[in-house]
Design a protein around this ligand. Sequence first.
Ligand code: SF4
Length: 117
Amino acid sequence: MNELLITRRHLLKKSLALGAAAALVACESKPKELHCTNTSSLTDEEVKARQTLEYADKSPDPQKMCDNCQQFILPPSGKGCGTCKVVKGPINPKGHCKSWLAKGAPAPSASASGTPG
Ligand code: SF4
């Protein structure tokens, strides 16, 4: 009986230690969230344009993010903050703005305004 108690205690301690170790590994392996919000190098006009287009560092719509927008330019390393042909400053691949345009979609043009010809 006493051996059984020791065994249960031993198992309980081992499982707690393993659980704690697994939680620690999970915390350490979680990728750090990317922030592309530093606009200190931009002019006031560029910051205002960014705000007018409602750039958000995290898109409210997972179907419409900068990394699937045709205006997005990947950084040379392929990861981290990119840039944009429309919005100045660092751009989060998971971000969004009002100028989002699906990759492969025809670019908006003057003839798209509804006038024939
Ligand atoms: S136009 Fe807007 S949605 Fe598209 S890449 Fe630039 S900031 Fe992102």
